[in-house]
Design a protein around this ligand. Structure first.
Ligand code: GMT
Length: 381
């Protein structure tokens, strides 16, 4: 099939999923056209079957807010028409689903019928999408899409609960390339960071407030106070990075914390981690946690959102009440101080990532969903 994929090209889970999906589909022979305002960050080079169409927004003195959604719509119309796309698959409802629905309508007037599939990822439903300034448009765009998927059953339920939805939503969980994400031997890196054999806590996020990155520093501080030899690796960047740095200084642990910023070879960093911390306030799936699990790193996280669908409490890590620093500290300590438990959880984490979320299992689910939506649309034309 010829598939147009639109996503946020910046550092973040929905862009990662969309880009990895496009790459995997291209490898299976589909022709993939990314339509976005810049090259998706996981798309370092264009290969056979992959095309990139940049959306640029012209400024005009009247525009205090240049209308990106309309420029995106026009680009979608253009690409569908001239590249003869079979479908548009947009990731994150705002504004991508709306632009795609409008593009479909414009094309319909030109005798071109292209189905629109929207994948809901997270805050497009759980936070920003519910804001009254967006909610009616999000509801309309979901209802008007030809197919809608959600990355967890929690997100599906939440969408049906919070919006007036008149259609089915297919759950297709996020996935991982377990041939890329596995525990590598990184002895030099480990020795350089932990010269005295310290254990490593890790956290990867875009440091938005919803990630509660400061709770990671708090847990680390508690464990250090107890005398555990430990280092903390923080990967990514965003609004809460600086407050987290300040907190680490205030608590006197800054020297043992490494803020690595945005990094691409995440699997190399995860390969030296012992526990992954994810104390998020909201998380529909927790892709960063899945990446850790694939690298044999047990996850200690909040018991919220879609996280219980990913992390099996007591088997691949622990689920803790939201904001409970005592519980997060306790569960992390249990893993770090019990080698047998650590080994068991590390192996179970890897096994779960392969058995439930490997790309080879999930990509065919998308393909069959594409076909069913396209066939359904063609039957109605
Ligand atoms: O919804 C967001 O905050 C954006 C999105 C992103 O682009 O980072 O994150 C969501 O989508 C990811 C991929 O499906 C999920 O793994 C994340 O759990 C989810 N984030 C939240 O729900 C906060």
């Amino acid at each position: 099939m010829k598939i147009g994929i639109t996503c946020y090209p910046v550092y973040g889970g929905s862009g990662v999923v969309a880009t990895e999906l496009g790459k995997a589909l291209a490898a299976r022979g589909h022709e993939i056209h990314f339509i976005a305002y810049s090259l998706p960050f996981r798309l370092s080079h264009i290969t056979e079957n992959i095309y990139f169409h940049e959306v640029s927004v012209n400024t005009y003195p009247l525009f205090e807010y240049p209308p990106y959604s309309l420029a995106l719509t026009s680009k979608m119309v253009d690409v569908v028409r001239y590249e003869k796309l079979d479908l548009l698959h947009v990731h994150y409802a705002i504004p991508h689903a709306t632009s795609a629905v409008l593009a479909r309508q414009i094309l319909h007037g030109q005798g071109i019928h292209v189905p629109v599939i929207t994948t809901l990822h997270g805050t497009d439903i759980t936070i920003v999408g519910q804001d009254p300034s967006f909610a009616p448009v999000v509801t309309y765009s979901i209802n008007q899409s030809d197919g809608v998927t959600a990355v967890s059953d929690y997100l599906r339920r939440e969408t049906l609960l919070k919006f007036d939805i008149e259609r089915d939503i297919e759950v297709i969980p996020n996935f991982i390339d377990t041939d890329r994400f596995y525990r590598q031997k990184k002895e030099h890196f480990k020795r350089a960071l932990c010269p005295n054999g310290e254990k490593v806590l890790a956290h990867v996020s875009n440091f938005r407030p919803v990630k509660n990155a400061r709770d990671v520093v708090r847990v680390f501080h508690r464990l250090r106070e107890e005398g555990l030899p430990l280092k903390l690796l923080l990967v990514g960047d965003g609004p809460d990075r600086m407050p987290s740095e300040h907190l680490a200084r205030q608590l006197g642990v800054y020297d043992d914390v490494r803020f690595l910023g945005k990094q691409e070879p995440i699997e190399e960093i995860l390969s030296i981690a012992d526990v992954f911390l994810m104390p998020s306030g909201s998380e529909t799936f927790g892709l960063a946690g899945l990446e850790a699990m694939a690298c044999n790193v047990p996850v200690v996280c909040s018991d919220i959102g879609g996280l219980p669908e990913l992390v099996i409490d007591g088997e691949t890590g622990f689920l803790c009440p939201l904001g409970d620093i005592d519980a997060l500290t306790d569960r992390t300590r249990r893993i770090l101080t019990d080698d047998a438990l650590h080994t068991k959880m590390a192996e179970a984490s890897r096994r779960r990532s392969v058995e439930a979320f490997d790309l080879a299992r999930i990509i065919p689910h998308y393909e069959s969903y594409y076909e069913s939506v396209r066939d359904g649309l063609m039957a109605g034309v």
